[in-house]
Design a protein around this ligand. Structure first.
Ligand code: PHE
Length: 344
């Protein structure tokens, strides 16, 4: 039995020497030291020995078991350190490496221009009307008829309108002026609102014109509103938006829904007034149309023109942005070229 024990110990030592991982060590431990392990099956036979032999063999079995436990532990620790060192080597993090660059998005220049203009008019006492009061898919009724465009009036051709097949008279709005009607239908004077949004016109695209663009509509209706109020508000807007030094001019114009009507130009920022491609050689760029709300429009929405008067204006957002930042091509806003967009 003694010899048997020595032999098992020898086998165990050989197995352990071959172990290459902690897992291998566990396998050796199981094979020899577990309840069903080789040493235990020997120990079971102890009972058949004489008392004297029991003592000697028992002591030897215990000694060998302890020796094996010690070398298992030593091997385990050795492999643990080895595996840990390997891990530390391969998974090591170089904290001096630069981090990954995650580009950050930002507001589109059209949106930021709308926000800026909106804030100016809010400062002048205007409030922003809800988006749903100013839909992009409109009816001719709101876009033209209620704005005093007589049926079949050639003025309807002034703005080359996109008609839809959704239903007769459903169009892509050609102007935000439809919001004037919707606002006055819902609210009695005093009314002081602005309404920004996208409009569509069937135009040949070039550096100054796109077939959709953005407008901000304004409407002020109350008792005793005069053309002086209109000029005061718009001049104040131009002063805040462009600064004191940008020349502006009012020109007489025509719109079916305002009387009298005006257009406002500011001096071209690209050429400084000498004339260039952007301003078609005139030195001026039109930024908005405006005028006193036509009495017919007020009557249409049930506002008495003998009691109330008002003014309205509609400005081109792209134009205002181009003039402020010296952008010479409207298409840049819509090409989504990040080299352009990230400058804002
Ligand atoms: N809706 C006009 C246009 O698109 C601008 C305008 C708005 C004119 C309000 C007068 C009053 O050209």
């Amino acid at each position: 039995m003694k010899a048997q024990l020595e032999k098992i110990y020898g086998n165990a030592a050989t197995d352990l020497a071959k172990a290459e991982s902690i897992n291998d060590v566990e396998t050796v431990k199981d094979k020899y030291l577990s309840r069903k392990g080789e040493f235990n099956s020997i120990k079971k036979n102890l009972k058949d020995l004489s008392d004297e032999d029991k003592r000697i063999v028992g002591a030897l079995a215990n000694e060998i078991t302890r020796k094996l436990e010690t070398s298992l532990k030593a091997k385990h620790d050795e492999l643990y350190t080895k595996e840990l060192n390997e891990k530390l080597q391969t998974e090591k993090i170089d904290i001096t490496l630069p981090g990954k660059f995650i580009p950050r998005g930002h507001v589109h220049p059209i949106t930021s221009t709308i926000n800026e203009i909106t804030a100016i008019f809010q400062g002048l006492g205007f409030s922003l009307i809800k988006n749903e009061l100013s839909p992009e898919v409109e009816t001719e009724y709101y876009n033209f008829d209620m704005l005093n465009f007589p049926p079949d009036h050639p003025a309807k051709d002034m703005q080359d309108t996109f008609y839809t097949k959704a239903a007769p008279n459903v169009i892509l709005r050609s102007q935000t002026s439809s919001a004037q009607i919707r606002a006055m239908e819902l609210q009695k004077p005093p009314i002081r609102i602005i309404s920004p949004g996208r409009v569509y016109r069937n135009e040949a695209v070039n550096s100054r014109k796109n077939n959709f663009f953005h407008q901000i509509e304004g409407l002020y209706v109350d008792k005793d509103i005069t053309f002086g109020n209109l000029k005061g508000v718009l001049n104040e807007f131009i002063r805040i938006y462009f600064g004191e030094s940008r020349p502006a001019r009012f020109r007489a114009s025509y719109f079916p829904f305002t009387e009298p009507s005006a257009e406002v130009d500011v001096q071209c920022i690209i050429c400084g007034g000498t004339g260039c491609r952007t301003c078609s050689g005139t030195g001026w760029l039109e930024i908005l149309g405006a005028g006193m709300v036509d009495p017919n429009v007020l009557k249409g929405v049930g506002v008495d023109p003998d009691v109330y008067s008002g003014f309205a204006f509609g400005m081109g957002v792209e134009r205002l942005s181009m003039l402020k930042y010296a952008i010479d091509d409207i298409r840049l806003f819509f090409n989504n070229d990040v080299r352009f967009l990230k400058q804002f």
